[in-house]
Design a protein around this ligand. Structure first.
Ligand code: C2E
Ligand code: MG
Ligand code: MG
Ligand code: MG
Length: 292
């Protein structure tokens, strides 16, 4: 919160902050109930597609809160307070458990697609995270390579020593790592020299401005080139138009995600949607193996 200039600004600032912190505490108390009630926090799913073939390359899980009084809440309305509370661990395990439940159901339906889960950078400070994820994978019988963890680099850089070990353990397990919102952090490039990842997600802000900003277009082009040189998938986020789609395809971007292809949708819809796509793209889909 920025205090406004002029007389009375201090009082205005303080009351705004008090109201905000009261609201934050109420929200966290309600989150505790939501995590226990088990029917308020739901994942919606958004597929990414191969820009060359249109085949689905994976599906991202995005959290929504069906709040009993406040209605549907998007992550920007509650993630920050959760990240700074002691409920982060419970929340992270909850999301992973739901996402792996979805992946397990796909496996039973013969769909061999990775699921991407967003992790708050702060949850990487928990040294037990790799063990918790290994347990969850085993419980759901989902192979590690079918889980992609999306992380943003900004917060992480300050405590890289601590998270090196956690990310290393996750990689050893075979879990895939993606850098989310790539290009928006302060040290994206340094991050890549420290952590081996599988995927870069080009931030939506660059995709939106590609057509009319030479700078944004250059950043997207460089990210695609960087991905090619490092052997990483590059996924563009927030693709809303056919123009953006063809520009990205021309640049050699691997895959894309956005309203132009799919909006995030409830889990019970995705089977039908992906079933159709997978049928069309049958030759490209790797058959599911019994050993996973
Ligand atoms: P993100 O991981 O970068 O997710 C992409 C966001 O862009 C999602 O918003 C998605 O709905 C939205 N989006 C996708 N395609 C388009 C498009 O074509 N146009 C526009 N305008 N928007 C598009 P959402 O679901 O509100 O999520 C916002 C952020 O919240 C995510 O950004 C992620 O950082 C965070 N988040 C979401 N779910 C979780 C979660 O389970 N755990 C944690 N820790 N963070 C989460
Ligand atoms: Mg993401
Ligand atoms: Mg993203
Ligand atoms: Mg983003």
């Amino acid at each position: 919160y920025q205090a406004k200039e002029g007389s009375g600004s201090v009082a205005a600032y303080d009351s705004a902050r008090d109201a905000a912190s009261t609201d934050r505490l109420a929200l966290l108390a309600e989150l505790r109930e939501a995590l226990a009630a088990d029917d308020q926090l739901v994942l919606v799913l958004q597929p990414a597609v191969d820009l060359a073939t249109g085949a689905p390359t994976g599906v991202e899980a995005l959290i929504r809160w069906r709040h009993p009084r406040r209605g549907w809440l998007n992550p920007h309305e509650f993630i920050r307070p959760v990240e700074n509370s002691e409920q982060l661990g419970t929340f992270t395990r909850y999301v992973l458990d739901k996402a792996l439940g979805v992946a397990a159901q796909w496996a039973r339906d013969g769909l061999d697609l990775p699921i991407s889960v967003n992790l708050s950078a702060r949850s990487l400070l928990n040294p037990r995270l790799p063990t918790e994820i290994a347990d969850a994978l085993r419980r759901h019988r989902v192979p590690a390579r079918r889980l992609v963890l999306e992380i943003t680099e900004t917060v992480v850089m300050s405590e890289l020593e601590v998270i090196d070990e956690v990310l290393g353990a996750l990689r050893t397990m075979g879990v895939q790592l993606a850098v989310d919102d790539f290009g928006t952090g302060f040290s994206s490039l340094t991050f890549l020299t420290r952590v081996t990842v599988d995927e870069l997600k080009v931030d939506r802000s660059f995709v939106i401005r590609m057509a009319d900003s030479p700078e944004a277009a250059a950043i997207v082009r460089s990210t695609v080139g960087l991905g090619q040189q490092l052997g990483l998938r590059v996924v563009a986020e927030g693709v809303e138009t056919a123009e953006q789609r063809s520009a990205l395809a021309e640049l050699g971007c691997t895959a894309a995600q956005g309203y132009h292809f799919f909006k995030p949708m409830p889990a019970d819809k995705i089977g039908a949607v992906l079933g159709g796509l997978v049928d069309e793209a049958r030759p490209r889909i790797i058959p599911i193996r019994a050993d996973g």
